[in-house]
Write a protein that binds this ligand. Structure first.
Ligand SMILES: NC(=O)c1ccc[n+]([C@@H]2O[C@H](COP(=O)([O-])OP(=O)(O)OC[C@H]3O[C@@H](n4cnc5c(N)ncnc54)[C@H](OP(=O)(O)O)[C@@H]3O)[C@@H](O)[C@H]2O)c1
Length: 226
């Protein structure tokens, strides 16, 4: 594998699930090499076949174990339920050094998923940083974007707030947000992820109360430089 293939390849841990598959679809469509990861390589291969079928083309999506996916990619995205967050990160952390980890996890605690319940570390993304260590840049993004949007080709009105441990890493991930057809904003340091993860519970509450399925947020009154 060349260094340039590492840079343009994205691993999605738990990419067999709803949110991960949606991101895989969007990024493969944009021309990225996407490695779907799973606890079961067979399950990942089936998910990758599903995504290729949706794209009806030669797009580059394959399936493998979470560990192999993390090894093969320059950017590693985690999309697992909070209950599986620590275990999944522990299982791949040796493969993450020098890379960017993007945490999509929302620390929901069933059954009260419309109540904000943050972990001791402050947020799932801050917990991820504690687990993977200082040799990994950690960003958090997409927590407020429903998988229904990602799997639909329609324009998405909601914005993506990107927090992270360096402004360079955030800029890198904003490029991925845009490649996925969404508008990304630099939302500051990883400590700010508490607000964005918490917003998901607010949006779930709004969905329940108003009968919607994919409420989102949009930044107004600000322009981004081209
Ligand atoms: N769904 C959304 O619209 C949405 C929107 C924003 C943020 N999120 C966040 O994104 C994350 C993933 O959401 P999702 O809806 O995609 O979840 P999901 O479909 O329930 O699960 C995603 C994947 O996680 C792995 N997984 C599930 N339980 C596990 C366990 N106990 N141990 C290890 N791995 C396990 C599974 O992969 P394998 O079995 O293949 O290993 C599964 O396919 C969550 O933190 C969620 O809060 C979701």
């Amino acid at each position: 594998m060349t260094d340039s293939s590492l840079q343009t390849s994205i691993a999605i841990l738990g990419g067999t699930g709803k949110e991960g598959k949606g991101l895989a679809y969007r990024w493969a469509k944009a021309g990225y090499q996407v490695h779907i990861g799973s606890r079961s390589a067979d399950k990942a291969i089936i998910a990758a076949n599903d995504v290729r079928e949706m794209l009806k083309g030669e797009n580059s999506v394959d399936g493998m174990s979470n560990l192999e996916a993390a090894r093969e990619a320059g950017i590693v995205v985690i999309t697992v339920p909070y209950a599986a967050h620590r275990e999944t990160l522990e299982s791949v952390k040796d493969e993450l050094k020098g890379k960017i980890l993007v945490d999509v996890t929302v620390p929901l605690v069933p059954p009260k998923v419309s109540t904000v319940q943050m972990p001791v570390a402050g947020s799932a993304a801050q917990e991820a940083r504690e687990i993977v260590g200082v040799d990994v840049q950690v960003c958090a993004a997409f927590q407020n974007i429903s998988h229904e949007h990602l799997l639909d080709d329609a324009d998405v009105e909601c914005d993506v707030l990107v927090t992270g441990t360096s402004k360079e890493a955030r800029a890198e991930i904003i490029k991925l947000v845009e490649a996925a057809g969404l508008r990304g904003w630099d939302a500051g340091p990883i400590e700010n992820s508490v607000v964005i993860e918490g917003l998901t519970s607010v949006l779930i509450g709004i969905n329940k109360k108003y009968g919607s399925t994919h409420a989102g947020i949009k930044i107004t009154g600000a322009q981004r430089k081209a």
